[in-house]
Design a protein around this ligand. Structure first.
Ligand code: F6R
Length: 245
C-alpha cells in the first residue's frame, strides 16, 4: 500500500486527477470505476479543468459507477446518475454509451446487478477504481456485515449511512433504504485502486483502517490491505488521527 498525504483537499484531488490523466494518456481505452458523494467532487472539477485545457480526453474510455440508490430514476436530483451528469459527464467527452451506472428505477434489481457484473467482466474489469470511504468503513455501498459480498448486489443501507447521506436530501425519511452496489470482488479485481479520504470526519475511520491490517467484513475497506496496487490519498485532516497515533 502506498500512502500519500497532501496539504489540503484541493491538492489531494488534483493529485488523484493527475493519476487518472496519466493513465488515460498511457491507455486511452481505460475503464474507470467512479464514486459519487462529497469526496470525488474535487477530482471531477480537476478533470474538467484539464479537459477544458485539452490535457485529457475520455472519448475512448469507459466508466462504471460503484453504486446507485434503488428506487430513484436517473432524472432524480439525488440519483447518482444525475450527480455524475452534473459533476462530470456533462462537461467532458465520454461517449454516452460508455458511462455505465445501475438503473435505479429497475423493476428487477437482481437482474440489473447480474447484468452489471457481466458488463464489467465483458470489458476485462476496471483499470482504475477511485473509492471514497463511509464513516463506517463501507466502500461502494458494501456495508459492515458478517461476510464480504463478492458481486453486485442489492444492499439495505445502514442507519449510519442513511444519516450521513441525509445531507443531500430534504430529510432522513427521503433517503432510500436500499441501493445496488458493486461487490467487494468487482472492486478488488480492479487493477489499481485509489482510496481518497478528505476532512476531519474521515480521520477516525482512516486511523482504524490504516492502523490494523486485520481483514474484517465489519470494516469492509479492510480487504484493501491485500490489494497489490492500492494507493491511499488523504488530506492532512483525514490523516490526523493516523499520524498522531
Ligand atoms: C458513493 C460511494 C460511497 C462513498 C462514501 C463516502 O458512490 O461509493 O462509498 O464514497 O459513502 O461518501 P462521501 O464522499 O460523501 O463522504
Amino acid at each position: 500500500m502506498k500512502i500519500v498525504i497532501k496539504k489540503d483537499k484541493k491538492i489531494a484531488a488534483r493529485y488523484v486527477a493527475d493519476q487518472i490523466i496519466a493513465l488515460l494518456k498511457e491507455k486511452p481505452t481505460s475503464v474507470l470505476g467512479l464514486p459519487t458523494g462529497s469526496t470525488p467532487k474535487g477530482v471531477y472539477d480537476a478533470l474538467i479543468e484539464s479537459y477544458k485545457a485539452s490535457e485529457v480526453s475520455f472519448s475512448n474510455a469507459q466508466s462504471f459507477n460503484l453504486d446507485e440508490y434503488l428506487g430513484l430514476e436517473a432524472s432524480h436530483p439525488q440519483s447518482y446518475a444525475y450527480y455524475m451528469r452534473k459533476n462530470l459527464f456533462d462537461f467532458v467527452d465520454f461517449k454516452a454509451t460508455s458511462t455505465h451506472i445501475y438503473k435505479g428505477d429497475t423493476h428487477d434489481a437482481q437482474k440489473e446487478c447480474t447484468d452489471y457484473t457481466n458488463r464489467i467482466k465483458a470489458v476485462n474489469g476496471i483499470d482504475f477504481q477511485l473509492l471514497g470511504i463511509g464513516p463506517n468503513g463501507h466502500i461502494g455501498f458494501n456495508e459492515p456485515s458478517d461476510t464480504f459480498n463478492m458481486h453486485s448486489h442489492v444492499v439495505t443501507l445502514s442507519e449510519k449511512t442513511r444519516k450521513a447521506n441525509a445531507r443531500f436530501f430534504n430529510d432522513l425519511a427521503s433517503v432510500p433504504k436500499k441501493a445496488m452496489t458493486m461487490g467487494i470482488g468487482e472492486i478488488f479485481s480492479s487493477k489499481k485502486i485509489y482510496l481518497l479520504a478528505l476532512g476531519k470526519e474521515k480521520a477516525s475511520i482512516m486511523a482504524q483502517f490504516l492502523l490494523s491490517d486485520e481483514i474484517d467484513p465489519h470494516l469492509p475497506a479492510s480487504i484493501l490491505h491485500i490489494h497489490p496496487e492500492l494507493t491511499v490519498v488523504m488530506d492532512k485532516d483525514a490523516a490526523c488521527s493516523y499520524q498522531n497515533a
